[in-house]
Design a protein around this ligand. Structure first.
Ligand SMILES: [Zn+2]
Length: 371
């Protein structure tokens, strides 16, 4: 089995620059783990997004790199799901990805970027799914992998990362992982691909591009229809932002589906209610580590604002009860994913999703990692 080489990876010929999602400044196509340098200086960190030149007729949604090693990510099923009330609810079953979560879409492109730019090691902070996924994709690509976790990460999940060849470093606090990653910023051999900034900006814009394919697949599986709502479990909003970018590219200047972000306690919903977006938000979750964190990234807010969306809080008790019900229907989702189904039920009961709406909930991760 020959290791694929960096030479096999090609950059999209129309990829021109990266643009700040707050101030609009352009940056060269390079790695900017702290996001926009100008916004960072003013204490308002913001992620960057890929900018492509004019599409030609053969272009669909564009991705920044091609030719990197794959494990067969994407193409996951869209399943009908019965719910109470007059909603047409579908689940995008991301647990069907190679390592059991949507993160595989991110990892494929983050690793492609690392290969193309000549890095030897990819580094990331993870609560579980991202670490397992990156470990697998780095191993597949012949790259080293370093994952920073907190000491409450389940031992068997850390074991999966190590079995896949990753070096795992453990910290007591979540933000200590980010500071550790920031120590790699001047390295030309180690590439951090998840957030390193406090307040957070989010993860690699190249990796986030991988989530655009969710929009493509959802529209195709709905025979060209767009859902009214897409429900997205969120922490710093990488997934929600990537899904928004995908629908924006598909829809041009037309309307995109409303995004409903799901969170375990008020963060985005607090900011929508007037709280300081750079504040620290009290609250926690013991059953949804994938959605943990006390801060809000601008990309999460922009995904809501630009889609005329909303945020729904699903607490631990509701997520636990929802997980039990979803497993009994044959779908082993982790609680942070089952929370998307609960969010739909709550939003419908509150009148926020009209009867007859076509709703897609992103079932982000398989529950069999036991997270
Ligand atoms: Zn900026």
């Amino acid at each position: 089995m020959g290791a694929p080489t960096a030479r096999a990876v090609t950059r999209h010929p129309a990829l021109r620059s990266l643009r700040c999602i707050r101030c609009g400044d352009h940056q060269p196509v390079d790695d900017h783990p702290r996001g926009c340098p100008s916004c960072l200086k003013y204490g308002t960190p913001a992620n960057l997004a890929c900018v492509y030149g004019e599409p030609d007729a053969t272009d669909g949604v564009r991705l920044p790199y091609a030719g990197a090693p794959t494990l067969g990510e994407g193409g996951t099923p869209l399943l009908r799901f019965d719910t109470t009330g007059d909603l047409d609810l579908r689940l995008k079953w991301e647990g069907a990805n190679p390592t059991g979560s949507h993160k595989d879409r991110f990892s494929a492109l983050a690793v492609a970027r690392a290969l193309h730019a000549g890095y030897e090691v990819v580094a990331a902070a993870s609560s579980g799914n991202a670490g397992v996924s990156l470990a697998a994709y780095c191993a597949r690509a012949g790259l080293g992998c370093e994952i920073a976790v907190t000491d409450d990460t389940p031992g068997h999940v850390v074991g999966l990362m190590r079995d896949l060849g990753a070096e795992v470093v453990v910290f007591p606090e979540a933000e200590q992982r980010w500071r550790h990653l920031a120590g790699h910023l001047d390295s030309r051999t180690v590439l951090p691909v998840t957030n390193v900034a406090v307040p957070p900006v989010g993860s690699s814009p190249f990796g986030i591009e991988g989530y655009k394919m969710l929009a493509v697949e959802i529209r195709a599986d709905l025979d060209g229809r767009l859902p009214d709502w897409v429900v997205v479990p969120a922490s710093r909003g990488d997934l929600a932002w990537g899904v928004y970018l995908g629908f924006r590219e598909l829809c041009g200047s037309g309307p995109v589906p409303h995004l409903c972000l799901v969170e375990p306690f008020p963060r985005v919903s607090a900011v929508l209610g007037g709280a300081d977006p750079h504040g620290s938000f009290p609250g926690g979750t013991s059953v949804m580590p994938s959605l943990a964190g006390n801060s809000v990234a601008l990309q999460a807010l922009e995904a809501v604002r630009l889609s005329a969306g909303r945020a729904e809080v699903v607490d631990d008790a509701a997520a636990t009860a929802g997980t039990r019900r979803v497993w009994r229907s044959g779908l082993p989702l982790e609680p942070s994913s089952a929370a998307a189904v609960v969010a739909v039920e709550q939003a419908r009961a509150a009148g926020a999703m009209a009867d007859g709406s076509l709703v897609v909930a992103l079932a982000t991760a398989h529950g069999m990692k036991g997270m």
